[in-house]
Design a protein around this ligand. Sequence first.
Ligand SMILES: Nc1nc2c(c(=O)[nH]1)N[C@H]1C(S)=C(S)[C@@H](COP(=O)(O)OP(=O)(O)OC[C@H]3O[C@@H](n4cnc5c(=O)[nH]c(N)nc54)[C@H](O)[C@@H]3O)O[C@H]1N2
Ligand SMILES: Nc1nc2c(c(=O)[nH]1)N[C@H]1C(S)=C(S)[C@@H](COP(=O)(O)OP(=O)(O)OC[C@H]3O[C@@H](n4cnc5c(=O)[nH]c(N)nc54)[C@H](O)[C@@H]3O)O[C@H]1N2
Ligand code: SF4
Ligand SMILES: [Mo]
Length: 729
Amino acid sequence: MAANPVENPGTPGETVVRGACPHDCPDTCALRTTVRDGVAIRVAGDPDHPPTRGVLCTKVSRYLERVYATDRLSVPLRRVGPKGSGRFEPASWDEALADIASRLGAIAARDPERILPYSYAGTMGIVQGDGIGQRFFHALGASLIDRTICSSPGVHGLTYTLGGPVGMDVERFADARLILIWGSNPITSSVHFWSLAQDARRRGAKLVAIDPYRTATAERCDEHVALRPGTDGALALGIVQQLVEQRLVDRAWVDAHTVGFEALAARAAAWPPERVAETCGIPAAQVVALARDYGTIAPAAIRLNYGMQRVRGGANAVRLVAGLPALVGAWKHAAGGVLLSASGHFNLDVAAWQRPDLLGERRPRTLNMSTIGDALLEADPPVEALVVWNSNPVAVAPDSSKVRRGFAREDLFTVVIEQFMTDTADHADWVLPATTQLEHFDLHKTYGHRWWVVNRPAIAPIGQALPNSEIFRRLAARMGLDHPALRASDEEVAADALRLDDPRLPTPLAAVVAAHGGPGPAARRAVLETLAELGYAKLAVPEAPFAAGGFPSPSGKVEFTSARLAAQGLDPLADYVPPYESPASDPALAARFPLSMISPPARHFMNSTFVNVASLRATEREPAVDVHPEDARARGLAEGAMVRVFNDRGAFLARLRVSGRTRPGVVVGWGVWWPKLAPGGHNVNAVTGQALTDLGRGPTFYDCLVEVAAAPAGAELRADSRADSRADA
Ligand SMILES: Nc1nc2c(c(=O)[nH]1)N[C@H]1C(S)=C(S)[C@@H](COP(=O)(O)OP(=O)(O)OC[C@H]3O[C@@H](n4cnc5c(=O)[nH]c(N)nc54)[C@H](O)[C@@H]3O)O[C@H]1N2
Ligand SMILES: Nc1nc2c(c(=O)[nH]1)N[C@H]1C(S)=C(S)[C@@H](COP(=O)(O)OP(=O)(O)OC[C@H]3O[C@@H](n4cnc5c(=O)[nH]c(N)nc54)[C@H](O)[C@@H]3O)O[C@H]1N2
Ligand code: SF4
Ligand SMILES: [Mo]
């Protein structure tokens, strides 16, 4: 964009720059950053953006501490010690790009598939996320990466049921009369949704939390269904059985807008309340009452979230839950239905944005990011070079001892583009300094609301940091890849991603297209400029988009049975798929490791982001594990003890919290610490495994048996000595 948008902040010498929160959070807030003399002095939520309502979470309110942190990476760094030692020396961009280009070029000349890009959602931006980076690796012919680590099972579940990741408008939850908050802890993970749920409650809505743990959210709901981890599919089948039994199914809506109801009802018949109660570990009467509420209180809205799909049966469970609204005709109301991800309402021109055509005739293999440990140790042909950006796999990927062994391979050439010296960056040959959201341009869609949000740079880059996009442009030029798509500016990449012919294009943008006489390069530029001036714009999606059906599935209906699954030789009808690791499904394993561990994020971190921000880490203090009083007593463990949480895959240390918030048999290991900032140098992913979900090849972080014991005396004192290491730059 030509210049920063300068509003009149009323204070001479200060400008206010509009931005977007880049984090992997459904709320995608609109930001206002106040700048004085080129220095950002305040980051606030935009009061005029309806989903943001002028409020930011604690983490991003502290964003300036992160942007101006003394440990920000500011120059390229070359490894001088062994892999993982964290010993580096500063180098120039010229040296860094020349060496990386020659190393990648040599591998690409032999077999480009031996190069693997690894990125996730450090920023969700269209430009700094999957824009030029994808183009660059497509042009090389590198292996493709399956981005499964978070939402893939859920998105598959939605896709085989509703036809895609589509759903309710979050802003309408305020009008619901019943809200099921299912596998979601919005006070931590989606605070703006929580404030809408509070609005609904003030108007008389009933709130029900479905979560094994009594979170701050569950505590504030009217009811809490504390089921065993990984048993949501059984609960959903039980609700179906009861809706039928209590004659609460909206037959007219079901007949008109669904496929496979008879088959679903027949399967659910095997799930009377007593069986559900036994499987889920909840009272049978609670299932009966929950179904009665769901079938009689309208509008009924379900805020489903990703916490319940990080288990073996995650996608099947999402299929079953996503089918419930159709049974009671909830989609008739703008405030009825389900919301997991609504990213499918944004129709992007993926071909123009990521340019898969640059692959030409090549069809490289796809490696799964959720099993990066095995991929680095076992893929054939081997991965010889790895380029990581927007992600911290050594902290966040499951089975970290394998991940670490893979990253430690001396024959692996690793480039990490980062803002901070993470555990992943410690394993790099080259660490390249990246800008933060305040320093670069981007365009954001979201999975939690329906607004495009533009991010303008507010300040100049810190030190020699560069945007991801610029790093890939420079690298492409060094490698002699001179396709125009690899020279595109940030604004061009953003404009390329927009589908101008989509009926859901926000109304003011559709007007710009019309004024240009239809789609075309000039219209693209003008649309992006208008969007940047507005700061944000809402998709033209009806408030109740499925009131009369019209789902994006092949049949246009809610598919209880899916012909597409049948065509793959899979069960067309969703079922309860029990966890891999639970006392019921693997008694032999449970005899050694009797406790089910879930590992949701700590409130003041964003996955592993913010762990190095001193004030936020001080609030979280140290890695904690919640253990039920009965389980603590049985092991002779007291509140505040340093404990070792372990299984055959590994172990980590945590501070014990004896807590009635969890169920007997279920422990909660709070994530996702930087291993090197945790006592003993390991985090929760030392014990999680690489087994994948039923559909979508996602990770099963919350499907994990462990044992907890007192830590050996002084164990935490052996904390990794790199904890205080800084790049020597
Ligand atoms: N503060 C903060 N906010 C975040 C994040 C963060 O790290 N920190 N991460 C962001 C990202 S990337 C994502 S994907 C989302 C994640 O946010 P959510 O989708 O809300 O998912 P989780 O936090 O993984 O889990 C939510 C709840 O699910 C419960 N749960 C665990 N297992 C089960 C189960 O088997 N069934 C049911 N019903 N519930 C279960 C957990 O106890 C937890 O309270 O949040 C985003 N927002
Ligand atoms: N045990 C357990 N493990 C989990 C989870 C869990 O609940 N339990 N949650 C999982 C989930 S839901 C997710 S989404 C994944 C998240 O995994 P990741 O996507 O890896 O997320 P983060 O840990 O936030 O790491 C993002 C990194 O990107 C960097 N970054 C941010 N912006 C930029 C940028 O503009 N440029 C560059 N180059 N870098 C940038 C940040 O500094 C940070 O180090 O973790 C998963 N891991
Ligand atoms: S992390 Fe979520 S709640 Fe916090 S500012 Fe970003 S989008 Fe808003
Ligand atoms: Mo996520």
